[in-house]
Design a protein around this ligand. Structure first.
Ligand SMILES: [Zn+2]
Length: 536
């Protein structure tokens, strides 16, 4: 069973027309997935020599050169004006953790009780007697008739808000999307909206269930160095101070304000909720060390024959966490599944599609994108989504791979998000050809749709599909290896799951590269609005 029956037939035809004959045509079909190639790519990318593929390390140089070399050998051209490497200039911000947050008489310790950081390129950001306001979930969502910012001026204020969204908190399908997280539930949205409202700072109250991770994750991912892109204005439109507040600290603050946190949290579940001042002032000074650094996206292209300036993008981030020095020696985070599998797959897909392109050229162009710094905040894809290499209104769709099923094939494929865009029709058709069921993301509350590179493109209106089957077939992986040192390569993997997903992606890409369709967003959303403006 294969999803490329028609193309296989086409290549057989082409071979016979050329007078070729082969006794083992199935094995030598150059358009079939060759798992030996995939094994080899994963083995190299996830080797200790590559050091866990940390951006800006020697591992980056090895990784981007390896990928560029593979594409070049396949006859692809660099997609950034002929270059395979798109420079990604980032700032590295390291907040000095020796800081205290004072709220009224209370004093809080960084890391233990709260975290704050900034993406503004400033060596010092302060809150000086900034009034604390509780704004519920901090959501302004006209399509859900919800505005936590109604009738309140929050300019220069410090906003305390709840994590996730009211739908998750009530498990009520009539509120937002019930258990499934909306973008309004993500911390990224909360900081973005607060910045639009002119706030000085946000402290998101951490609670483990709605956040989907414990405080230790908040602490470890917000107290060290972070990378950010740099805009023309040194990121001054970003929220000055992005923070989290531990639940124990939160309860102390509300108590000091003479308020009951649990009660207010309950009130915040109503659309009639009104933001409320805590009548307490926040003071803190954040000192930053700022350095500049250059990383790279790898971009390779097959040029379309009829509509060369219309693009199908196939992506997978190349980076992982690199090597961490510990008391017991260096720990290498090889990221074999996450995302050496995806990077290996983009190269194998490029090989298959370049073969098909030789047999019968695609009408539209196909770009293979291996993004940098996904793990530190979707940074490489965010730069790509700014349209400097390809304008976003020329991007037809994106197929993003992040973590594959290295074990045997399965009779289903996971879909992330429901009713989002017409790309779901392409997924359904391609899956049906493989006799696979489309199964909804089993953990929609984790908001995975917002947590990989396709989301950077979605924000700019480009519809996409996420292929993330890691862990679903192998729960042991999520518990013991995901984002851990143990995410290692195994030569014993059957790669059956990788094979079937590669075939499925080849099928969808082939279809999109040969038709005139511009898949649309379905549900009303900022993505849909953005696309309508962009395509006008
Ligand atoms: Zn990943």
């Amino acid at each position: 069973m294969t999803s490329i029956i028609s193309t296989t037939t086409a290549s057989l035809l082409a071979l016979s027309l050329l007078g070729c004959s082969s006794p083992q045509i199935e094995n030598s079909d150059p358009t079939a997935v060759q798992l030996d190639n995939v094994h080899q790519h994963i083995k190299v990318l996830a080797s200790d020599e590559f050091g866990g593929r940390g951006p800006l390390t020697a591992g980056e140089t090895l990784t981007i050169n390896y990928l560029a070399q593979q594409y070049k050998a396949l006859g692809l051209i660099g997609a950034d004006a002929g270059r395979f490497l798109q420079p990604v200039t980032m700032a590295k911000l390291t907040p000095d953790q020796n800081m205290t947050l004072n709220i009224g008489e209370l004093k809080f310790k960084s890391g233990r009780d709260f975290t704050v950081r900034t993406q503004q390129l400033k060596s010092k950001v302060s809150l000086n007697n900034s009034e604390l306001i509780f704004v519920g979930y901090g959501i302004n969502a006209p399509e859900y008739q919800w505005n936590d910012y109604a009738d309140i001026d929050v300019k220069g204020k410090t906003l305390v808000m709840l994590v996730n969204d009211p739908g998750f908190s009530t498990q009520n399908d009539q509120l937002f999307t019930g258990n499934a997280m909306t973008y309004y539930g993500r911390w990224t949205y909360k900081y973005e909206e607060a910045a639009r409202q002119g706030a000085a700072a946000v402290l998101i109250v951490h609670e483990t269930v709605p956040a989907a991770y414990p405080w230790s994750v908040v602490e470890s991912s917000n107290t060290g160095s972070k990378y950010t892109l740099i805009d023309d204005d040194n990121n001054s439109s970003q929220l000055p101070m992005m923070g989290w507040l531990h639940i124990d600290a939160t309860e102390q603050v509300f108590k000091a304000a003479g308020l009951n946190y649990r009660q207010l949290k309950q009130q915040a579940l109503s659309p009639d909720f009104k933001a409320q001042s805590l009548k307490l002032m926040a003071n803190v000074t954040l000192n930053n060390e700022i350095t500049h650094a250059k990383s790279h996206n790898v971009l390779a292209q097959l040029t379309g024959s009829e509509f060369p300036d219309e693009y199908i993008i196939i992506s997978a981030h190349w980076d992982h966490f690199g090597t961490k020095q510990t008391a017991t020696g260096p720990k290498i985070y090889n990221g074999a599944i996450d995302n050496a599998t995806g990077s290996a797959a983009t190269v194998e897909i490029a090989r298959i599609l370049s073969q098909l392109h030789q047999i019968k050229p695609f009408k539209r162009s196909i770009v293979f994108a291996n993004f940098t710094a996904e793990e530190t905040g979707l940074i490489g894809s965010q730069l790509f989504a700014e349209g400097g290499v390809i304008a976003t209104n020329k991007m037809v769709a994106l197929l993003n791979i992040d973590g594959m099923n290295a074990l045997d094939g399965v009779d289903y494929i996971l879909q992330y998000g429901k009713g989002l865009s017409e790309m779901e029709n392409y997924l359904a058709q391609a899956a049906a050809k493989q006799q696979r069921m489309v199964k909804m993301d089993p953990r929609p509350q984790n908001g995975l749709f917002f947590r990989s590179d396709h989301f950077s493109l979605a924000k700019q209106g480009v519809p996409s599909l996420l292929f993330m089957s890691l862990g679903d077939t192998d729960p042991e992986y999520i518990t013991h290896r995901y984002h851990k040192e143990a995410d290692d390569y195994s030569p014993l993997w059957s790669l059956g799951g990788v094979k079937q997903d590669i075939e499925l992606i080849v099928d969808i890409a082939t279809k999109l590269a040969n038709n005139n369709d511009w898949p649309k967003w379905l549900a009303d959303s900022d993505f849909k609005k953005r696309r309508q403006q962009d395509r006008r």
